[in-house]
Write a protein that binds this ligand. Structure first.
Ligand code: UP6
Length: 248
């Protein structure tokens, strides 16, 4: 046995969000998370509808949207998530004290707690800073994909301890393998590119499944910048699923 399958992880997963992710991955045969780093509501909804059938979750940076409005952005996005059976992952990368994160999570214009199924958070604020995310799943940022990141081995080891011990945490973002009881989310994935000239570093789906035994690949520009985002999503879905089955 080289790694646990999604079904085996589902057997032991306790968090409802982790369970739904694994169930969705199995049902749709996809480990692809599309990162929708687009600037308008129209582009966001168009992308979500096109790639929806092929993804397990749509990752947002909701604060990039220039015309955000809860009724015209979030309500239709939630409808598309239900229509295509994908989850909503807000990549907020919270990085403050618990009280501030609690405010950022539920207030302001985005009211993330009203709609996100799970969020990313740095763990730089320590264990208690994650307590406010009790109604969602947290994906802890353990290591980053960018060149020169400060998340060195010592930081990652300490961040992992927080992630492993906190009941709200379902997994981590990392470029390294992590213990199997946490779900691993890996951005910096591209079939065609190795970098973006702005510090991003890419690996192929094959490499992140073979080397890291990741669970979910996160693809942004490889999909939303493609001439045909739907075809690109299908391509990444197939590449990700084949890489996963080859790693079993
Ligand atoms: N992301 C990374 N690396 C990390 C953490 N998060 O790239 O370590 C996020 C970015 C972006 C997406 O914020 O939304 O994943 C990657 O986009 P790309 O595929 O277009 O490079």
């Amino acid at each position: 046995k080289k790694r646990l399958s999604y079904a085996q992880k589902l057997d032991v997963a306790e968090h409802s969000v982790a369970r739904r992710l694994l169930e969705t991955a199995i049902a749709k045969q996809t480990n692809l998370i599309a990162s929708a780093d687009v600037m308008t509501t129209a582009e966001l909804l168009d992308l979500a509808d096109k790639v929806g059938p092929h993804i397990v979750a749509l990752k947002t940076h909701i604060d990039i949207i220039t015309d955000f409005d809860p009724d015209s952005t979030i309500l239709p996005l939630k409808d598309l998530a239900a229509k295509h059976n994908f989850m909503l992952m807000e990549d907020r990368k919270f990085a403050d004290i618990g009280n501030t994160q609690e405010l950022q999570f539920s207030y302001g214009i985005y009211k993330i707690s009203n709609w996100a199924d799970f969020v990313t958070s740095q763990v730089i604020g320590g264990y208690d800073s994650l307590n406010c995310f009790r109604n969602v799943g947290v994906v802890a940022i353990l290591g980053m994909s960018s060149k020169g990141t400060l998340t060195d081995a010592a930081y990652q080891a300490e961040a992992l301890k927080v992630a492993q011990s906190h009941p709200n945490v379902i997994g981590g973002v990392s470029q390294k393998q992590i213990p199997e009881e946490l779900l691993l989310f890996t951005p910096g994935v591209s079939i065609a590119e190795t970098g973006d000239g702005k510090g991003q570093q890419y690996n192929t789906p094959e490499k992140v499944f073979a080397d890291l035994q990741t669970d979910f690949i996160i693809v942004g520009r490889g999909i939303y910048k493609a001439d045909h985002p739907e075809a690109a999503a299908l391509n990444y879905k197939i590449a990700g699923w084949n890489a996963y089955t080859a790693s079993l």
